[in-house]
Design a protein around this ligand. Structure first.
Ligand SMILES: O=C(O)CCC(=O)C(=O)O
Length: 384
Protein backbone atom coordinates (compact mmCIF):
# COMPACT_ATOMS: atom_id res chain seq x y z
CA UNK A 1 0.00 0.00 0.00
CA UNK A 2 1.24 3.50 -0.81
CA UNK A 3 1.65 5.52 2.34
CA UNK A 4 -0.33 8.74 1.68
CA UNK A 5 2.25 10.64 3.71
CA UNK A 6 4.59 10.04 0.79
CA UNK A 7 2.45 12.34 -1.26
CA UNK A 8 1.85 15.42 0.90
CA UNK A 9 3.17 17.60 -1.88
CA UNK A 10 1.56 19.96 -4.34
CA UNK A 11 2.59 17.83 -7.33
CA UNK A 12 0.34 15.02 -6.07
CA UNK A 13 -3.24 15.07 -7.34
CA UNK A 14 -4.31 13.06 -4.29
CA UNK A 15 -2.92 15.77 -2.02
CA UNK A 16 -4.67 18.47 -4.06
CA UNK A 17 -7.92 16.55 -3.69
CA UNK A 18 -7.39 16.13 0.05
CA UNK A 19 -6.81 19.91 0.31
CA UNK A 20 -9.92 20.77 -1.71
CA UNK A 21 -12.11 18.45 0.36
CA UNK A 22 -10.67 19.84 3.57
CA UNK A 23 -11.40 23.39 2.44
CA UNK A 24 -15.02 22.47 1.69
CA UNK A 25 -15.40 20.94 5.15
CA UNK A 26 -13.81 24.02 6.73
CA UNK A 27 -16.13 26.48 5.00
CA UNK A 28 -19.17 24.46 6.07
CA UNK A 29 -18.44 24.74 9.78
CA UNK A 30 -19.76 28.30 10.11
CA UNK A 31 -16.99 29.53 12.40
CA UNK A 32 -15.73 32.51 10.44
CA UNK A 33 -16.65 36.16 10.04
CA UNK A 34 -15.65 39.60 11.33
CA UNK A 35 -14.92 40.20 15.02
CA UNK A 36 -18.26 41.41 16.37
CA UNK A 37 -19.39 42.71 19.72
CA UNK A 38 -22.88 43.12 21.18
CA UNK A 39 -24.30 46.56 21.98
CA UNK A 40 -23.02 45.99 25.57
CA UNK A 41 -19.49 45.61 24.20
CA UNK A 42 -19.32 41.85 24.77
CA UNK A 43 -17.91 39.45 22.20
CA UNK A 44 -20.77 38.09 20.07
CA UNK A 45 -22.00 34.94 21.90
CA UNK A 46 -22.27 33.11 18.56
CA UNK A 47 -18.53 33.55 18.12
CA UNK A 48 -17.85 32.21 21.59
CA UNK A 49 -20.19 29.25 21.04
CA UNK A 50 -18.54 28.33 17.73
CA UNK A 51 -15.07 28.73 19.22
CA UNK A 52 -15.99 26.55 22.22
CA UNK A 53 -17.40 23.89 19.90
CA UNK A 54 -14.68 23.67 17.26
CA UNK A 55 -11.63 25.02 19.09
CA UNK A 56 -10.94 27.69 16.48
CA UNK A 57 -12.51 30.69 14.78
CA UNK A 58 -11.42 32.62 11.68
CA UNK A 59 -11.83 36.39 12.02
CA UNK A 60 -12.05 38.06 8.64
CA UNK A 61 -10.62 41.47 7.67
CA UNK A 62 -8.93 42.29 10.95
CA UNK A 63 -5.89 44.09 9.51
CA UNK A 64 -6.18 46.58 6.67
CA UNK A 65 -4.08 46.78 3.52
CA UNK A 66 -1.84 49.70 4.64
CA UNK A 67 -0.95 48.01 7.89
CA UNK A 68 -0.33 44.70 6.13
CA UNK A 69 2.01 46.51 3.73
CA UNK A 70 4.01 48.01 6.60
CA UNK A 71 4.35 44.67 8.29
CA UNK A 72 5.30 42.83 5.10
CA UNK A 73 8.10 45.34 4.42
CA UNK A 74 9.48 45.03 7.93
CA UNK A 75 9.30 41.25 7.75
CA UNK A 76 11.16 41.22 4.44
CA UNK A 77 13.93 43.38 5.91
CA UNK A 78 14.09 41.12 8.94
CA UNK A 79 14.23 37.88 6.97
CA UNK A 80 16.98 39.33 4.78
CA UNK A 81 19.11 39.43 7.95
CA UNK A 82 18.82 35.69 8.66
CA UNK A 83 22.00 33.57 8.64
CA UNK A 84 22.55 32.22 5.13
CA UNK A 85 22.95 29.65 3.62
CA UNK A 86 22.92 27.63 6.84
CA UNK A 87 21.94 28.32 10.42
CA UNK A 88 25.51 28.61 11.74
CA UNK A 89 26.53 31.25 9.19
CA UNK A 90 27.70 34.51 10.68
CA UNK A 91 26.50 36.47 7.64
CA UNK A 92 23.23 37.00 5.81
CA UNK A 93 22.64 36.45 2.09
CA UNK A 94 24.14 39.87 1.31
CA UNK A 95 27.28 39.20 3.32
CA UNK A 96 26.29 41.50 6.21
CA UNK A 97 26.59 40.25 9.79
CA UNK A 98 23.47 38.17 10.38
CA UNK A 99 21.08 39.41 13.03
CA UNK A 100 21.12 37.33 16.19
CA UNK A 101 24.14 37.51 18.49
CA UNK A 102 22.87 40.74 20.08
CA UNK A 103 19.85 38.95 21.59
CA UNK A 104 19.80 36.73 24.68
CA UNK A 105 17.64 34.27 22.75
CA UNK A 106 18.63 33.58 19.15
CA UNK A 107 15.61 34.74 17.11
CA UNK A 108 16.21 32.28 14.27
CA UNK A 109 14.78 28.80 14.40
CA UNK A 110 16.03 27.20 11.19
CA UNK A 111 15.92 23.80 9.58
CA UNK A 112 16.32 21.99 6.29
CA UNK A 113 13.81 23.14 3.62
CA UNK A 114 10.60 21.08 3.55
CA UNK A 115 11.69 19.03 6.54
CA UNK A 116 9.80 18.21 9.72
CA UNK A 117 12.26 19.19 12.47
CA UNK A 118 10.11 18.10 15.42
CA UNK A 119 7.99 15.11 14.39
CA UNK A 120 9.02 11.87 16.07
CA UNK A 121 11.66 13.59 18.22
CA UNK A 122 11.83 14.36 21.94
CA UNK A 123 12.04 18.12 21.22
CA UNK A 124 9.46 20.30 23.00
CA UNK A 125 8.76 17.46 25.44
CA UNK A 126 8.00 15.08 22.59
CA UNK A 127 4.71 16.76 21.79
CA UNK A 128 5.06 16.05 18.02
CA UNK A 129 4.96 12.24 18.03
CA UNK A 130 4.64 11.47 14.30
CA UNK A 131 7.00 12.62 11.57
CA UNK A 132 5.50 14.15 8.45
CA UNK A 133 6.56 13.32 4.93
CA UNK A 134 9.72 15.26 4.01
CA UNK A 135 9.91 16.03 0.27
CA UNK A 136 13.37 16.61 -1.19
CA UNK A 137 14.03 20.33 -1.72
CA UNK A 138 15.41 21.58 -5.01
CA UNK A 139 19.20 21.33 -5.30
CA UNK A 140 19.74 25.10 -5.24
CA UNK A 141 17.86 25.56 -1.93
CA UNK A 142 19.85 26.85 1.07
CA UNK A 143 20.86 24.25 3.65
CA UNK A 144 18.61 25.78 6.32
CA UNK A 145 15.70 28.21 6.22
CA UNK A 146 13.99 30.04 9.08
CA UNK A 147 10.58 28.58 9.92
CA UNK A 148 10.10 30.46 13.15
CA UNK A 149 11.42 33.81 14.36
CA UNK A 150 11.25 34.40 18.13
CA UNK A 151 10.94 37.56 20.23
CA UNK A 152 9.17 39.52 17.50
CA UNK A 153 7.87 42.38 19.66
CA UNK A 154 11.43 43.69 19.85
CA UNK A 155 12.18 43.01 16.18
CA UNK A 156 9.16 44.42 14.35
CA UNK A 157 7.31 47.61 15.42
CA UNK A 158 4.46 46.65 13.09
CA UNK A 159 4.10 43.30 14.91
CA UNK A 160 3.86 45.19 18.22
CA UNK A 161 1.08 47.35 16.78
CA UNK A 162 -0.88 44.33 15.55
CA UNK A 163 -0.44 42.79 19.01
CA UNK A 164 -2.00 45.98 20.47
CA UNK A 165 -5.07 45.79 18.21
CA UNK A 166 -8.16 46.70 20.29
CA UNK A 167 -10.42 44.02 18.85
CA UNK A 168 -7.83 41.28 19.22
CA UNK A 169 -7.30 42.30 22.85
CA UNK A 170 -11.03 42.49 23.55
CA UNK A 171 -11.34 38.92 22.29
CA UNK A 172 -8.53 37.95 24.70
CA UNK A 173 -10.42 39.59 27.55
CA UNK A 174 -13.67 37.85 26.60
CA UNK A 175 -12.06 34.41 26.51
CA UNK A 176 -9.41 34.62 29.23
CA UNK A 177 -10.67 37.38 31.55
CA UNK A 178 -9.58 41.01 31.98
CA UNK A 179 -6.29 39.93 33.58
CA UNK A 180 -5.28 37.75 30.59
CA UNK A 181 -1.56 37.39 29.97
CA UNK A 182 0.56 37.06 26.84
CA UNK A 183 2.44 33.92 25.97
CA UNK A 184 5.04 34.22 23.17
CA UNK A 185 5.23 36.24 19.93
CA UNK A 186 6.78 34.68 16.84
CA UNK A 187 6.61 34.65 13.07
CA UNK A 188 5.88 31.39 11.29
CA UNK A 189 7.62 31.47 7.92
CA UNK A 190 6.51 29.13 5.16
CA UNK A 191 8.19 30.27 1.98
CA UNK A 192 6.99 28.71 -1.31
CA UNK A 193 8.51 25.32 -2.11
CA UNK A 194 10.83 25.35 0.93
CA UNK A 195 8.70 26.02 4.05
CA UNK A 196 9.13 23.22 6.62
CA UNK A 197 6.22 21.35 8.19
CA UNK A 198 4.94 21.39 11.77
CA UNK A 199 3.66 17.91 12.51
CA UNK A 200 0.42 17.18 14.35
CA UNK A 201 0.53 18.22 17.99
CA UNK A 202 -1.28 19.86 20.90
CA UNK A 203 0.46 22.88 22.42
CA UNK A 204 -0.57 22.43 26.07
CA UNK A 205 2.09 21.00 28.37
CA UNK A 206 1.35 21.22 32.05
CA UNK A 207 -2.36 21.11 32.93
CA UNK A 208 -3.49 17.80 31.44
CA UNK A 209 -3.79 16.16 34.86
CA UNK A 210 -4.91 19.27 36.71
CA UNK A 211 -8.12 18.49 38.69
CA UNK A 212 -9.37 21.90 37.49
CA UNK A 213 -8.67 20.97 33.84
CA UNK A 214 -11.09 22.44 31.30
CA UNK A 215 -10.94 23.01 27.53
CA UNK A 216 -9.56 26.55 27.87
CA UNK A 217 -6.91 25.98 30.51
CA UNK A 218 -3.92 26.07 28.13
CA UNK A 219 -4.99 29.31 26.40
CA UNK A 220 -5.15 30.01 22.71
CA UNK A 221 -3.02 31.17 19.76
CA UNK A 222 -3.74 34.08 17.42
CA UNK A 223 -2.47 33.82 13.84
CA UNK A 224 -2.65 36.94 11.69
CA UNK A 225 -1.98 36.15 8.03
CA UNK A 226 0.07 38.68 6.05
CA UNK A 227 -0.49 36.89 2.72
CA UNK A 228 -3.41 34.63 3.56
CA UNK A 229 -3.17 30.91 4.12
CA UNK A 230 -4.20 27.97 1.95
CA UNK A 231 -4.71 24.27 2.65
CA UNK A 232 -1.25 23.62 1.16
CA UNK A 233 0.68 26.12 3.28
CA UNK A 234 -1.61 26.71 6.27
CA UNK A 235 -2.44 25.19 9.61
CA UNK A 236 -4.89 22.28 9.79
CA UNK A 237 -6.86 21.34 12.88
CA UNK A 238 -8.91 18.43 14.15
CA UNK A 239 -12.03 20.34 15.21
CA UNK A 240 -13.22 19.76 18.77
CA UNK A 241 -10.10 17.93 19.99
CA UNK A 242 -9.44 20.68 22.56
CA UNK A 243 -12.28 19.11 24.58
CA UNK A 244 -10.80 15.59 24.57
CA UNK A 245 -7.87 16.04 26.95
CA UNK A 246 -4.48 14.72 25.92
CA UNK A 247 -4.89 13.01 22.56
CA UNK A 248 -2.76 10.00 21.63
CA UNK A 249 -1.78 11.35 18.20
CA UNK A 250 0.43 8.40 17.31
CA UNK A 251 -2.45 5.98 17.97
CA UNK A 252 -4.79 8.16 15.94
CA UNK A 253 -2.43 8.09 12.97
CA UNK A 254 -2.10 4.33 13.30
CA UNK A 255 -5.90 3.92 13.37
CA UNK A 256 -5.99 6.10 10.25
CA UNK A 257 -4.09 3.48 8.18
CA UNK A 258 -0.85 5.08 9.31
CA UNK A 259 -1.78 8.23 7.41
CA UNK A 260 -1.55 11.81 8.66
CA UNK A 261 -4.34 12.88 6.29
CA UNK A 262 -7.26 12.81 8.71
CA UNK A 263 -10.68 12.79 7.09
CA UNK A 264 -12.13 15.10 9.71
CA UNK A 265 -9.24 17.61 9.63
CA UNK A 266 -9.81 21.08 8.20
CA UNK A 267 -7.39 23.74 6.96
CA UNK A 268 -7.53 27.30 8.28
CA UNK A 269 -8.10 29.10 5.01
CA UNK A 270 -7.54 32.85 5.25
CA UNK A 271 -7.27 35.95 3.10
CA UNK A 272 -4.53 38.49 3.81
CA UNK A 273 -5.47 40.37 6.98
CA UNK A 274 -7.61 37.58 8.44
CA UNK A 275 -6.70 36.32 11.89
CA UNK A 276 -7.70 33.05 13.46
CA UNK A 277 -7.68 31.91 17.04
CA UNK A 278 -6.93 28.28 17.89
CA UNK A 279 -7.30 26.66 21.26
CA UNK A 280 -3.81 25.40 22.21
CA UNK A 281 -5.28 22.01 23.11
CA UNK A 282 -6.63 21.49 19.59
CA UNK A 283 -4.65 18.93 17.60
CA UNK A 284 -3.09 20.96 14.79
CA UNK A 285 -0.18 21.04 12.35
CA UNK A 286 0.88 22.14 8.86
CA UNK A 287 2.30 20.26 5.89
CA UNK A 288 5.58 21.19 4.18
CA UNK A 289 4.90 24.11 1.86
CA UNK A 290 5.39 22.59 -1.56
CA UNK A 291 3.00 25.14 -3.08
CA UNK A 292 3.94 28.39 -4.82
CA UNK A 293 2.20 30.52 -2.16
CA UNK A 294 4.03 32.28 0.62
CA UNK A 295 2.65 32.16 4.16
CA UNK A 296 3.94 34.55 6.80
CA UNK A 297 2.07 34.40 10.08
CA UNK A 298 2.16 36.95 12.89
CA UNK A 299 1.64 34.54 15.77
CA UNK A 300 1.01 35.22 19.44
CA UNK A 301 -1.22 33.91 22.18
CA UNK A 302 -2.98 34.57 25.46
CA UNK A 303 -3.51 32.74 28.72
CA UNK A 304 -5.74 33.07 31.72
CA UNK A 305 -3.86 34.52 34.66
CA UNK A 306 -4.96 31.54 36.80
CA UNK A 307 -3.34 29.15 34.31
CA UNK A 308 0.12 30.69 34.68
CA UNK A 309 0.44 32.05 38.22
CA UNK A 310 2.62 29.82 40.40
CA UNK A 311 3.40 27.43 37.54
CA UNK A 312 6.81 26.43 36.32
CA UNK A 313 6.36 26.74 32.61
CA UNK A 314 8.19 24.83 30.00
CA UNK A 315 8.45 24.06 26.38
CA UNK A 316 12.00 22.85 26.65
CA UNK A 317 14.51 22.88 29.47
CA UNK A 318 13.68 23.42 33.13
CA UNK A 319 11.44 26.45 32.75
CA UNK A 320 10.90 29.54 34.88
CA UNK A 321 8.72 29.99 37.95
CA UNK A 322 5.85 32.29 37.06
CA UNK A 323 5.63 34.56 40.09
CA UNK A 324 3.34 37.58 40.31
CA UNK A 325 6.29 39.87 39.55
CA UNK A 326 7.55 37.76 36.65
CA UNK A 327 4.11 37.82 35.05
CA UNK A 328 3.63 41.53 35.65
CA UNK A 329 6.92 42.35 33.96
CA UNK A 330 5.97 40.18 30.98
CA UNK A 331 2.53 41.79 30.70
CA UNK A 332 4.01 45.30 30.35
CA UNK A 333 4.31 44.70 26.61
CA UNK A 334 0.51 44.93 26.36
CA UNK A 335 0.05 48.59 27.45
CA UNK A 336 3.19 49.43 25.46
CA UNK A 337 1.69 47.83 22.34
CA UNK A 338 -1.59 49.64 22.92
CA UNK A 339 0.24 52.97 23.01
CA UNK A 340 2.40 52.12 19.98
CA UNK A 341 -0.79 51.41 18.09
CA UNK A 342 -2.55 54.54 19.34
CA UNK A 343 0.37 56.67 18.09
CA UNK A 344 0.10 55.11 14.63
CA UNK A 345 -3.73 55.02 14.51
CA UNK A 346 -4.83 57.98 16.67
CA UNK A 347 -8.48 57.81 15.51
CA UNK A 348 -8.98 54.17 16.40
CA UNK A 349 -10.49 53.10 19.74
CA UNK A 350 -7.79 52.32 22.27
CA UNK A 351 -7.84 49.15 24.35
CA UNK A 352 -7.62 49.59 28.11
CA UNK A 353 -5.74 46.70 29.75
CA UNK A 354 -7.22 46.46 33.22
CA UNK A 355 -4.10 45.26 35.17
CA UNK A 356 -2.29 48.46 34.08
CA UNK A 357 -5.21 50.91 34.14
CA UNK A 358 -3.96 54.33 35.26
CA UNK A 359 -0.35 53.49 34.33
CA UNK A 360 -0.60 54.58 30.70
CA UNK A 361 1.97 57.36 31.15
CA UNK A 362 4.64 54.85 32.25
CA UNK A 363 3.90 52.81 29.14
CA UNK A 364 4.10 55.51 26.49
CA UNK A 365 5.84 54.08 23.45
CA UNK A 366 9.21 55.81 23.11
CA UNK A 367 12.88 54.90 23.06
CA UNK A 368 13.24 54.51 26.87
CA UNK A 369 10.22 52.27 27.31
CA UNK A 370 11.12 50.27 24.23
CA UNK A 371 14.55 49.62 25.75
CA UNK A 372 13.26 48.90 29.27
CA UNK A 373 10.28 46.74 28.39
CA UNK A 374 11.25 45.00 25.17
CA UNK A 375 14.98 44.26 25.40
CA UNK A 376 15.13 40.45 25.62
CA UNK A 377 11.56 40.53 26.96
CA UNK A 378 11.04 36.97 25.70
CA UNK A 379 13.31 35.60 28.43
CA UNK A 380 10.03 35.89 30.35
CA UNK A 381 7.79 34.02 27.94
CA UNK A 382 4.83 32.28 29.56
CA UNK A 383 4.94 28.82 28.03
CA UNK A 384 2.62 26.30 29.60
O1 LIG B 1 1.91 27.98 11.71
C1 LIG B 1 2.22 26.80 11.72
O2 LIG B 1 2.53 26.19 10.70
C2 LIG B 1 2.19 26.00 12.98
C3 LIG B 1 1.62 26.74 14.13
C4 LIG B 1 1.65 25.95 15.38
O3 LIG B 1 1.80 24.79 15.39
C5 LIG B 1 1.47 26.62 16.66
O4 LIG B 1 1.26 27.83 16.70
O5 LIG B 1 1.53 25.91 17.67
Amino acid sequence: MVDPRQESGWDSSAFKEYCAEGETRALELGNRGPIQFTSDGLLDPNIIRAYERFGFYVFENVIGEDELGECRSEVDELLARAPWPHRDSKVDRRGRPALGPEFAINPWVMTKPLSDPLGGTSENNGRHPVKMFEPEPQVDSPAHVPYLVAGCLQLLPSFLRIFGHPHILRVAEAINGADFTPFTEVLFVKEPEIGPSVSWHQDGQIHWDNPQWDPNIHGYNVQVQLYGSTPANGVWVLPGTHREGKVDIAARVLENNDSDWFEDAVPLVCKPGDAFITNRQTVHGSFPNTSKDRRITVNFGFHRYSSVIGQTGKLSGEGNLYTEEYIRQRCRCIPLAVDARAQRFPNEERYSYQPFAGLEEEHRYHSDTIRDILTDYNLRDLGI
